[in-house]
Design a protein around this ligand. Structure first.
Ligand code: AMO
Length: 447
């Protein structure tokens, strides 16, 4: 292993010799002194070199000859060059960047860099072409550290509450949601489908006696749209649990999970997020507000907006408006919109006994957009089959899914949540493309 100190560890070290390695961010090549800002994965540090512009080879001592050589090297450094530097660390409160600097003793160019093809003002599409360079930006880097913290907190919550982690197959013999948005792939002498969601298998885990499960994994949707919130491949955060009385039990787990995640992010990254994104991450209070869909529709329409959809679902503007209403009236960034109409829910959602026109389901809206769908599932096979038929589904196509319900299935429910949607709305980013490591869309398959 190459020995080097991470920039973030320098502050804790006493003055003395250190080795750091990273990318050259800027060079200020002044006559008498040169400054280099070097960045590694943990942060940036100022390097300094008292410039020696000329030496007489006949009379110069070794020290000034070395300093002359370093001066020449620094003058030639381009942005993005990867260098290894050994020097003297010195704590100095006057240095704006972290109150310390490293006086360069020797510098090794490890890897040269071409002129950068993107700049801060490049278009998002161009930045995505060079995502590896775009991700060097501390703001982008922070997104993925936030994601790590969020997922670690989710895991911790689940493990504490007895959930089992599962990894379900992404190659499937039948569609996992509907026939819409389905990627079909050749599979030897037959066809396979890419999983749109782990829906079938997280329910299978209930039949298997796992009780409570979670999965964080890829989901695929052949959605041809170019909206700011859709990707053709995204990370789905899923949970499912047995023995629920209604979707209320699912919502309780869901809101506790999010509160734990947001608390961890606010504690660990709150200051950095404020500084780089100008966003305050607030830990949501429990319980989150709950508004039945019919009521949400009424509020939105009374607010002067006619929802253009004829199926009764909220459109994106409707979601934005109900979210703004809740924020204004109740001071909450989250709202569970509950009891969706049966006509706009999949066949596996449980219908209310007392009113078959609505389901025991919800969408979770956060800062203006949907981040999740959840429900109690229909576990009674004859009802489930009838609901599938009512939706015009061919039960033979559901394959082994229906079998899960024929050998004793507990009542159960769960949710699926788009990880990138959560991050995008948490950090007030305008597009999901900013928060996905490598975005996949209808016209983007590389890098
Ligand atoms: P749904 O289809 O609503 O429900 O998806 C759940 C959540 O996944 C995210 N999502 C997406 N994110 C990015 N790009 C997309 N194209 C995309 N499509 C969906 C959203 C959405 O809220 N099986 C059910 C969940 C369940 O009931 O457990 C399902 O997949 O954040």
């Amino acid at each position: 292993m190459n020995t080097r100190t991470l920039v973030s560890d320098l502050a804790a070290l006493p003055d003395g010799p250190v080795t750091v390695a990273g990318w050259v961010e800027t060079v200020r090549d002044q006559k008498k002194v040169q400054f280099v800002i070097l960045r590694d994965e943990s942060g940036a540090v100022q390097l300094v070199n008292p410039a020696v512009r000329e030496v007489d080879p006949e009379t110069a001592d070794a020290a000034s000859a070395d300093r002359f050589a370093v001066t020449e090297q620094i003058s030639a450094l381009g942005h993005g060059t990867f260098v290894k530097v050994t020097g003297e660390l010195k704590h100095d409160e006057r240095v704006k960047l972290g109150g310390l600097e490293v006086k360069i003793a020797s510098l090794e160019v490890v890897s040269e860099a071409l002129e950068p093809p993107i700049a801060a003002d490049s278009s998002l599409d161009k930045r995505l072409d060079y995502r590896f360079l775009d991700l060097r930006n501390p703001k982008q880097n922070l997104i993925f550290r936030v994601q790590t913290t969020l997922l670690a907190a989710f895991r911790e919550y689940w493990i504490e509450h007895g959930f089992i982690e599962i990894h379900t197959p992404k190659l499937m013999a039948s569609p996992s949601e509907s026939r819409a948005e389905l990627f079909e792939v050749e599979y030897f002498d037959t066809k396979a489908y890419l999983a749109q969601s782990p829906q079938h298998f997280k329910q299978m885990a209930q039949a298997a006696g796992f009780g409570k499960v979670f999965e964080v994994g890829p989901a695929f949707r052949a959605d041809p749209s170019f909206t700011s919130r859709h990707a053709t491949e995204f990370v789905s955060v899923d949970a499912e649990m047995s023995w629920v009385d209604s979707h209320d039990d699912v919502m309780r787990m869901h809101e506790e999970l999010l509160a734990a995640g947001f608390r961890a992010v606010a504690d660990k990254h709150g200051d950095e997020i404020r500084e780089l994104f100008d966003v305050e991450v607030t830990v949501p209070s429990l319980p989150f507000p709950r508004i039945p869909l019919a009521e949400a529709r009424r509020i939105v329409e009374e607010g002067g907006y006619t929802i253009p959809r004829t199926d009764g679902d909220l459109d994106p503007e409707g979601e934005r408006r109900i979210s703004a209403y809740v924020k204004e009236q109740l001071g909450h960034e989250f709202v569970f919109v509950t009891d969706y109409d049966t006509g706009i829910r999949p066949f596996y959602h449980m219908v209310h006994d007392e009113d078959p026109t609505i389901t025991k389901s919800y969408d979770l809206v956060f800062n203006g957009a949907e981040i999740s769908t959840g429900a109690q599932r229909e576990h009674r096979i004859e009802v489930l089959e009838a609901q599938a038929r009512e939706k015009g589904l061919d039960t033979a196509e559901l394959g082994s899914y229906l079998d899960f319900f024929r050998y004793g299935m507990p009542p159960h429910g769960g949710f699926g949540m788009g990880l990138a949607r959560v991050l995008m709305l948490m950090l007030h980013e305008a597009s999901i493309r900013e928060v996905i490591f490598l975005f996949r869309g209808p016209t983007r398959l590389a890098p």
